[in-house]
Ligand binder design. Structure first.
Ligand code: ARG
Length: 274
């Protein structure tokens, strides 16, 4: 467990995780009798974090209006309804961005490979962040435009003003705060570890075992990636463009575990094991 940062009030509690896979990429993962690799999430946590919206440092007016919007959306239950729709499958009948056409645009930078926060449903980017951003844009009387990019491009896009804000299940860290501002937190994230069902890794502590040198798969530039590199060294961390690619590497035995936020971990494991 490391680098836990609780800067702001967590107004909503959702979860995320970090996962790890592989037996020195040796391939303990190579399937059961039907050749399919079943995955599971370790029940010990690797890190607990806060998610927030990021905004360019000089853009204090926008930061204030986002904080105000988040506060209102939390107070009137909208934020919880959005989380419940994606995490507990409880539909709501709220409508966002109904008459946004023609309004001034507000651009959100994200990496839409992170269910249930942001992912594609057909051509459309949906998820907790996408919907929360729509609700925020309504309050700001703007038309939301989502700019999809690599996760590690988001901060630069916001810093340089190409995007107005970033929302991507993004964890508040001190290092990031040196470059951008964060809103109040709207969710809690947990970094979790995914392993094959039959893995000899049974707890986060096992990852530190002397002489084992387990290989960890991560999504490049994420906190799971950064912490894993700090803890295990660059040689043991395999970085992928998306969490899904890291999970594919776990299934094919290239890594021994994947460290990723808890809710995406649940989504990936469920999709794999079904
Ligand atoms: N919470 C982690 C971080 O901030 C991972 C976020 C990844 N988000 C995404 N949309 N791919 O580093």
């Amino acid at each position: 467990m490391k680098k836990l940062l609780a800067l702001t009030v967590a107004v909503i509690t959702a979860f995320s995780l970090v996962a790890c896979g592989g037996n020195n990429a040796g391939n303990s993962a190579a399937g059961g009798s039907n050749g399919k690799v079943s995955l599971k999430i370790l029940d010990t946590e690797y890190a607990v974090e806060d998610y927030a919206v990021c905004v360019a440092k000089e853009n204090t007016a926008l930061l204030e209006s986002i904080n105000k919007a988040l506060e209102e959306l939390t107070a009137d239950g909208t934020a919880q309804a959005i989380v419940d729709k994606y995490i507990s499958d409880k539909q709501h009948d709220l409508v966002f961005q109904a008459d946004a056409e023609g309004k001034e645009e507000i651009h959100m930078a994200t990496n839409a490979q992170f269910p249930p926060y942001e992912f594609y449903d057909g051509e459309k980017i949906v998820g907790i962040d996408a919907e929360m951003a729509s609700a925020i844009a309504d309050k700001l009387d703007k038309k939301l435009v989502i700019d999809d990019m690599e996760f590690d491009a988001i901060i630069t896009s916001v810093q340089t003003g190409k995007s107005d804000f970033g929302m991507a299940g993004m964890t508040v860290t001190e290092e990031r705060l040196a470059n951008i501002s964060f809103s109040s937190s709207y969710a809690t994230g947990i970094q979790s570890v995914i392993v094959p069902e039959n893995s000899e890794i049974t707890s986060v502590d096992d990852l530190y075992a002397e002489g084992k040198n387990y290989l960890v798969g991560t999504q490049k530039g994420t906190t799971g990636d950064i912490y894993a590199e700090d803890d295990f060294g660059a040689d043991r961390v395999m970085k992928y463009a998306s969490g899904n690619e890291a999970v594919q590497a776990l299934i094919t035995g290239k890594v021994d575990c994947v460290i990723i936020d808890n809710e995406p971990a649940k989504a990936y494991v469920a999709a794999n094991n079904k």
